[in-house]
Design a protein around this ligand. Sequence first.
Ligand SMILES: NC(=O)c1ccc[n+]([C@@H]2O[C@H](COP(=O)([O-])OP(=O)(O)OC[C@H]3O[C@@H](n4cnc5c(N)ncnc54)[C@H](OP(=O)(O)O)[C@@H]3O)[C@@H](O)[C@H]2O)c1
Length: 234
Amino acid sequence: MLNILVTGASKGIGKNIAEELKNMGNLYVTGRNEEALKSIGAKDYCIADLSKNPEVLGDFIQKNSINILINNAGEYIYGGIETMTYQQIENLHNTNLISPIYLISKAVPYMKEKRFGRIINIGSISGVMGEANASLYSSSKAGLLGLTKALALELAEFNITVNTINPGWVDTELGNDSIEQSEFSKEEIIECIPQRRFVQPKEISKLIRYLISEDAKGITGQGINICAGLSVGI
Ligand SMILES: NC(=O)c1ccc[n+]([C@@H]2O[C@H](COP(=O)([O-])OP(=O)(O)OC[C@H]3O[C@@H](n4cnc5c(N)ncnc54)[C@H](OP(=O)(O)O)[C@@H]3O)[C@@H](O)[C@H]2O)c1
């Protein structure tokens, strides 16, 4: 039986992932917005702020024997490095990198015992290429790629795969907010994307569905870009 946990499932990409995976097994969701999480109709939900108290979610993972972990929750912050406070640096990395590491550490014992597991992180093309004035975001997402490679090696013999999906611009609140914070308009950004379009959340959810399947058991340690061509060059 698949016991699936999707973090950041209250909106955007995570909500779409939760809807896509709902019929694949026992679905568990987490985020901060209780009303939004309830509306998904998952088997259970857990309220947790990953920038402050991921421990409650660690317990939830163990209680529900999670064997499919989708680390999707993430935050973005725009601004020059000299404007960032220690608190902002810490919070951003807690949510985007440290909590995923911690949640994986809680899920892996059950996965190892059953010799099966799928860990999928949502990174960003900003962690592959770098994004000016988004250095905290880029560093947190780049960290996921190192984590993915190391864990894929460590867990390979247990039939546990670990991968990170790196989206380009996606049409969500985070995607649109990050444009608003930047000096560029949406039209200017679309002009720089080879396919001249934003990625849709569904494209990410469908890839996750595949990565969970038996057919994808050979895919591990990979960073997979879904970026409408953004990472290839200009
Ligand atoms: N949109 C893009 O263009 C884009 C591009 C590349 C990568 N990504 C990545 O894709 C993932 C999803 O992004 P999205 O576009 O769907 O963003 P979104 O619409 O803003 O949704 C973010 C989700 O993460 C949760 N979250 C954020 N901070 C949290 C915290 N401190 N504790 C617990 N949950 C928290 C939110 O939960 P609550 O609302 O319940 O607090 C929400 O469910 C992120 O990792 C993001 O970095 C997005």
